[in-house]
Design a binder for this molecule. Structure first.
Ligand SMILES: Cc1cc2nc3c(=O)[nH]c(=O)nc-3n(C[C@H](O)[C@H](O)[C@H](O)COP(=O)(O)OP(=O)(O)OC[C@H]3O[C@@H](n4cnc5c(N)ncnc54)[C@H](O)[C@@H]3O)c2cc1C
Length: 261
């Protein structure tokens, strides 16, 4: 008889190892975004990340100071007591493998294991990083890119603006929860950037969904990249693929986080 639990656990490839890092710098970019620079010799062995890729950051579990490395059980990382570690996904920026250094920009929101840790992390604080995960392949022949995201996607959008060929036009829409969450993005000559401030208590990503509902379709030479709160990305995916019939190859739409149930 087949053990379905075994079936599930046997299909996931083990992620790259967690390498120890320490906090080497801390910058408050905005009241909503904190940048931490991490250093660790092990980062030198990490594969070069693609644009808008990801790494997983492990920090001490809430209420503890000690960094405990979880074990891969074939399906997920778990601590010895069976609980899930404080291990979350972020976008690596300014990765310098020779120097063993990278930056993460972390949204400051209440109740987050990593967000709360980052708020209080002092220089030298210990963490660990696994990665990178896959990112986005830029179509060098595209004439126009539309980049959409909420605050969690600001680092990825900045990363993409740094690598999109300069002869393409770029339209950026970012939803933020308060006006002072705006910040300068990577320099890009042809980008038009619109910041949408969500109304208090509004559904996250609602402004981004409205933007997409304003599209009549996408020209073949346009590429769409979107990331943010999962339900809003689901709504965007539905409109783009089902209502506008945009081919899958033209649009990448990724859920980055889920609100508490
Ligand atoms: C590929 C990828 C790249 C990502 N890149 C980044 C990045 O560069 N920067 C970044 O900040 N995030 C990024 N995220 C999203 C990030 O992984 C999640 O927001 C994560 O839940 C944050 O962890 P936490 O420990 O702070 O909160 P958790 O402990 O995971 O969550 C605690 C509570 O906070 C809520 N919550 C989680 N995130 C938010 C939020 N942004 N706003 C409001 N409430 C929230 C949860 O619903 C939950 O109720 C990325 C996700 C993916 C998949």
């Amino acid at each position: 008889m087949t053990d379905s639990a075994t079936d599930i656990t046997s299909i996931r490839r083990e992620p790259p190892p967690l390498v120890p890092v320490v906090v080497a710098a801390r910058d408050e970019l905005t009241p909503r975004l904190l940048q931490l620079t991490f250093e660790g010799d092990g980062l030198a062995t990490m594969a070069a990340p693609e644009p808008a890729s990801s790494v997983r950051l492990l920090v001490p579990s809430p209420g503890t100071d000690e960094l405990v490395t979880p074990k891969w059980n074939g399906n997920e990382f778990l601590l010895d007591d069976g609980t899930r570690p404080a291990l979350r996904t972020f976008t690596p920026l300014r990765v310098d493998r020779d120097a063993g250094r990278l930056d993460l920009q972390i949204v400051r929101h209440p109740g987050g294991a990593v967000s709360t840790w980052a708020e209080h992390a002092t220089l030298g604080a210990e963490a660990a990083i696994s990665g990178p995960g896959s990112g986005y392949t830029i179509d060098e022949d595209a004439e126009r890119f539309i980049l959409l995201g909420d605050e969690t996607a600001i680092p990825a959008i900045s990363d993409l603006l740094g690598v999109i060929p300069h002869d393409a036009a770029v339209e950026v829409h970012i939803e933020i929860v308060q006006p002072d969450a705006r910040l300068p993005l990577s320099e890009y000559p042809n980008a038009s950037v619109t910041w949408h401030v969500g109304d208090e208590g509004a559904v996250p990503g609602g402004r981004l969904v409205e933007v997409v509902h304003g599209f009549d379709g996408l020209l073949e030479t346009t590429r769409l990249w979107a990331a943010g709160e999962a339900a809003s990305m689901h709504a965007i995916r539905k409109h783009v693929f089902k209502s506008l019939h945009v081919p899958r190859s033209q649009a990448t739409i990724r859920g980055y986080w889920k609100p508490a149930r």
